[in-house]
Design a protein around this ligand. Structure first.
Ligand code: ADP
Ligand code: MG
Length: 395
């Protein structure tokens, strides 16, 4: 993969595909982690005298112009963090974008409006996507792929534009790929993976692949209940994906055959209902009352998981252990995060909500070897899939 060092950018218009998909509350950015992660590449390009044109998506406006998905607040925050004005183009690749680009001096930065306002960005139809990619590519001389959180998408700005312009990978993408390689090639053992989050179905592919490579797989969060049910236990009103039970039974037997230590919760916080102030009891994971739902792993599981992490040399963690958005049910997630921080293993956190949980809990981000900006992308990489946005940068 070519890197920024391989491009001569001075005086050239460089289109940077970044991942600026931040959570918003109205116009307030509640977590600017992804904007910060995109700064080094933008700064390097501007510092080398490029005319920097940043493009990115926000949410899922589904090909329509929807003001609540405008990147305007992101342009403002990006400008504050860069310490220089960011010109905001009021459209993606129309007159507004062209005017913004024409006005750029060397070292200046523009941000285009939300890519997903254009139906061509996410179109399944190759010709439709390519037509939009050509309009976008027409704004620039060079392309830099740096939106790691979107590299698993076959979208115009990720996959088609690099075929139309001389291109390179940005610093964020090269850093992320380097980390993920350590999880797939010559991984130091014990290699322990902790998975949580809401849905098993999101993570079936990665579980199947991880069972061939990990020493231990710890499962918490909402997805643990489908595993407990597959073992024959009642889970009350806990999150459950009935349609995944057969698949999960297959995972349980495959883990046993391969000698993978698959570790499930031994106790849970069984809440009366789904609310921040819900009452709860600590119950064994095998005895969840019918009228209760598990919203976090329990204290014995916190210790169990920490002990399974203590001697790890490599750890990948994706997905919170409970409903961490409610303080009462954030302790399981905090315990896993703390175990990783205490460990001197190579520790990687993947997943938007997991990274947000680390920040929300006020834990030091530098306590981990790496926090990935791309949950879906890092999972698909670990699944062994070819990621369109990385393949497009290869040649
Ligand atoms: P990530 O973004 O890190 O990959 P996911 O999106 O898979 O994580 O899952 C995050 C969500 O899972 C959080 O909103 C959290 O509240 C939810 N969750 C975790 N444990 C439970 C549970 N026991 N019951 C319901 N939801 C849960
Ligand atoms: Mg998520």
């Amino acid at each position: 993969m070519r890197t920024l060092d391989d491009l001569d950018v001075k005086g050239r218009r460089v289109l940077v595909r970044a991942d600026l998909n931040v959570p918003l509350d109205g116009e307030t950015i509640t977590d600017d982690g992804r904007i910060r992660a995109s700064l080094p590449t933008i700064q390097a390009l501007a510092g080398s005298g490029a005319k920097v044109i940043v493009c990115a998506h926000l949410g899922r406006p589904k090909g329509q112009v929807k003001p609540e998905f405008s990147l305007r607040p992101v342009a403002r925050r990006l400008g504050e963090l860069l310490g220089q004005d960011v010109v905001f183009a009021p459209d993606v690749a129309g007159d507004g974008a062209r005017a913004a680009v024409e006005g750029l001096q060397e070292g200046q930065v523009a941000l285009l409006e939300n890519l997903r306002f254009e139906p061509g960005e996410t179109a399944k139809d190759d010709a439709e996507r390519r037509a939009f990619a050509e309009r976008l590519a027409g704004l620039a001389d060079l392309y830099v792929g740096d939106g790691f959180g979107a590299v698993h998408r076959k979208h115009a700005s990720v996959y088609d534009v690099p075929a139309l312009l001389p291109h390179a990978a940005g610093g964020l993408v090269t850093a992320e790929v380097e980390v993920l390689r350590k999880l797939t090639d010559d991984t130091e053992r014990p290699y322990v993976v902790v998975l949580g989050g809401a849905k098993v179905s999101d993570k079936l592919g990665v579980i199947a692949n991880l069972l061939t490579s990990v020493d231990r797989l710890l499962i918490g969060g909402g997805m643990a209940y489908t595993f407990l049910k597959a073992q024959g236990h009642e889970v009350g009103g806990s999150l459950l994906q009935e349609d995944q039970l057969d698949q999960v039974r297959g995972f349980l037997s495959e883990a046993a055959e391969r000698g993978v230590d698959l570790v499930l919760p031994v106790d849970v916080l069984a809440a009366t209902h789904f609310a921040a102030d819900a009452g709860y009891d600590v119950v064994p994971a095998t005895e969840i009352p019918a009228d209760r739902q598990g919203l976090d792993i329990g204290p014995r599981t916190r210790e169990l998981f920490a002990s399974k992490l203590a001697d790890a040399r490599t750890v990948f963690w994706n997905g919170p252990m409970g409903v961490f958005e409610f303080d009462e049910f954030a302790r399981g997630t905090a315990a896993v995060a703390e175990a990783l921080i205490a460990s001197d293993a190579f520790t990687v956190v993947g997943g938007g909500d997991s990274a947000a949980a680390v920040r929300r809990l006020g834990l030091p981000e530098d306590g981990f070897s790496h926090i990935s900006t791309g949950g879906g992308a890092s999972l698909e990489y670990l699944e062994g899939k070819t990621l369109p946005g990385l393949a497009a940068l290869e040649d």
